[in-house]
Design a protein around this ligand. Sequence first.
Ligand SMILES: Cc1ncc(COP(=O)(O)O)c(C=O)c1O
Length: 376
Amino acid sequence: MPLFNVYPLYDVTPVSANGVYVYDENNTEYLDLYGGHAVISIGHGHPKYVEAITKQVAKLGFYSNAIQNPLQKQLAAKLEVLSGCKEYQLFLCNSGAEANENALKLASFKTGKSRVIAFKNGFHGRTSAAVAATDNTAIIAPINAQQKVTILELNDIVGVKRELEKGDVCAVIVEFIQGVGGLDQATAQFFEKVDALCKANNTFFIADEVQSGYGRSGKFFAFQHYNVTPDIISIAKGMGNGFPIGGIFIHPTIEAKFGMLGTTFGGNHLACVAGLSVLNVIEEDRLMDNVNEISKYFIKIAKTIPQIKIIKGRGLMLGLEFDYEVGDLRKKLIYDYQIFTGGAANKKLLRILPPLNVKKEHINQFFKALVHALNT
Ligand SMILES: Cc1ncc(COP(=O)(O)O)c(C=O)c1O
């Protein structure tokens, strides 16, 4: 049976990985500054993570949400401490799109409204409401296009106010640092005004932290760089270090009702243990401190390279913008220098999304290769 051919693939076949390195079938070593699309948070094959998952799968890998699962409560308790989001409630699912789908659905249930405000170049996933709120017509099928979504420019506060005052908007969804779109960020004034406008108009403010969360921005959540209080926060990528798990934080004022949300696989035993071990490692290895230190180091070196025109993003969610398209440069970095980097909708942007425990020596390895690649 052929695979449904939807992915343009690089000709690399990783078979193992360790820390920030990935190895192919010939044992060629690749430096992973892409983290499997910002998913690898604590590094590949972290021994504590491997041990925790191995032990749990031998004990009980899965049971459905019909029984007591204390691991979910442990995960929620740890998340509350590390995120600093006091008294939010947690609903667990399996991916970023699913997290946003549940966030939008909950906003609609609770406000009784159905239109969504989202932003240009935003990406929220490929399920029904999430993809409709994504600014890419190529991935919106007619069945998704039935959703009522208004896409505005980032920083268009006049537009947000105008639309919210029409009274039919259930949610404003935003990435505080755009991922797939290309690392753009709105101003603090914009985010804080949107937050206030949502509160004044019975509209949920949804922070899509699927990519920017889990310490990647240098704080646990990217929205924490601002003075805002989201009603819902969606999480996924870094949460399981590759084990599929997602979730939403739900503000304490939002009441649950049996059956309102649900999932078969979400919050299963193995996923919770993966999630717990990720949080333990983030805490014990002080990975957020490392993010801030390495980010400063990276940006300092990037500033010395004349071909780099703009440095975007925060923490270890960074973008290097050139004044030409970087597709060939990415290929060169993979095939000639064995370094994975990321691309974006902005074709001039090279994305850097390494595991959060990347070290200075790896950054040096990258810049040595980049400078050589740019000058040969
Ligand atoms: C900000 C953001 N939201 C949602 C998603 C969708 O996540 P998933 O691919 O796990 O469904 C992504 C994926 O890239 C993302 O970057």
